[in-house]
Design a protein around this ligand. Structure first.
Ligand code: ZN
Ligand code: ZN
Length: 362
């Protein structure tokens, strides 16, 4: 990973924003800038006219790990908590304008900065600076994401082989997660969703103890974290004979998903991608049942920028990795969602998820 390049880009953003330093407290951002994968660490990132300096603070528990992982930053293992040490570092460096990650800092931590620098430093909120850089994935990141997507996709058959009427949703999730770990995943990207029968109408139906009914849709939505990068995919399968209305629901979602994917290319607003799928569902009379946005960015975090939703004006650019995941949810009846990960390329897009989307009946 090219940490120096990322740090140079961040330095440019900070100079433009009138900051002399940034306290990076959001761990995915710390990982992005210097490679630390632990759970206690703060990066104090200072800039001057031409140079920048990164100091990574952690505590004794992470001494070895920090020295092994952290690149392009000085490692300080303090006696106090990493955050307290980083604040003191800023105070000693006599930083004039210190940025903090406004979306990722508690009120008490914010007050702690003020008490440490005691009025000699201006404390200024900085929101989304590192996130802005993380929007565009570099070649190394795209390689990791591909591997994560392929690992997740390879587990789909495992899940299918476990799904049978009477088997609890949690059992399906458990088998999937066991196989994920066996294949080398660090963990799941989020709590695995297995939602069968009427529960498939819950867009976020985490696997429950409920048995799979003999009839109806089953939504499987899951992903793995491999070498710190997430994947996220959804397929919907059907138990028992498929009624005409269920067939119509499924085909409408599939068509909507393909329409949104087709709209993905550089320069297109994310709201347009959302609209393309929503139009298809509207024509089929299902738009009222599509109750969430079309997708989100994926990278170090499973939900990151950009948002693909109604009215969003952010433009797609090469190197973005997004999900396309329209759905239909009819209360008490059931739901359908199909989700792929898609890379924005120079000329259009590449669908990363290799799994077929014809309706599978079990
Ligand atoms: Zn998902
Ligand atoms: Zn998703």
């Amino acid at each position: 990973m090219n940490y120096i390049f990322r740090q140079k880009q961040l330095a440019t953003l900070l100079r433009r924003g009138g900051f002399d330093a940034l306290l990076v407290t959001h761990l995915p951002n710390v990982l992005y800038l210097c490679g630390f994968t632990g759970t206690a660490g703060v990066l104090l990132f200072q800039v001057s006219d031409r140079a920048h300096k990164a100091t990574f603070y952690t505590d004794g528990r992470y001494d070895q790990q920090a020295h092994a992982e952290v690149k392009s930053a000085k490692v300080v293992v303090g006696k106090k908590a990493a955050f307290a040490e980083a604040c003191e570092g800023a105070q000693k460096a006599k930083v004039r304008t210190l940025g903090f990650e406004a979306d990722h800092l508690s009120y008490s931590a914010y007050k702690q900065i003020g008490m440490t620098v005691r009025g000699k430093t201006r404390i200024k909120p900085a929101a989304g600076l590192v996130e802005q850089l993380r929007l565009i994935k570099d070649g190394d990141e795209i390689g990791q994401i591909r591997a994560s997507v392929l690992l997740a996709a390879s587990l789909f058959q495992t899940a299918l082989s476990v799904i049978k009427p009477g088997v609890a949703e949690t059992q399906v999730a458990g088998e999937l997660e066991l196989q994920a770990r066996r294949a080398g995943a660090e963990k799941m990207s989020f709590d695995t969703i297995v939602a069968a029968g009427p529960r498939s109408a819950l867009p976020h139906g985490r696997a429950s103890a409920q048995p799979i009914p003999p009839q109806g849709f089953i939504i499987l939505d899951y992903g793995v974290i491999l070498a710190s990068y997430c994947s996220d995919m959804t397929r919907t399968v059907h138990a028992g004979a498929v009624s005409r209305s269920h067939r119509r629901m499924y085909e409408a979602v599939k068509e909507a998903q393909l329409a949104s994917i087709a709209a993905v290319k550089p320069g297109v607003e994310t709201g347009e991608v959302d609209r393309a799928g929503r139009e298809v569902l509207k024509k089929a009379g299902f738009d009222a049942f599509f109750t969430h946005s079309t997708g989100h960015g994926v990278g170090i975090e499973v939900h990151e920028q950009p948002r693909l939703a109604k009215g969003q004006t952010q433009k797609l650019a090469p190197g973005m990795v997004v999900t396309i995941e329209p759905g239909i949810y009819i209360p008490e009846e059931g739901g359908v969602r199909i989700e792929d990960m898609v890379l924005v390329t120079e000329t259009g897009h590449e669908v990363l998820t290799p799994t077929a989307k014809d309706l599978i009946t079990l």
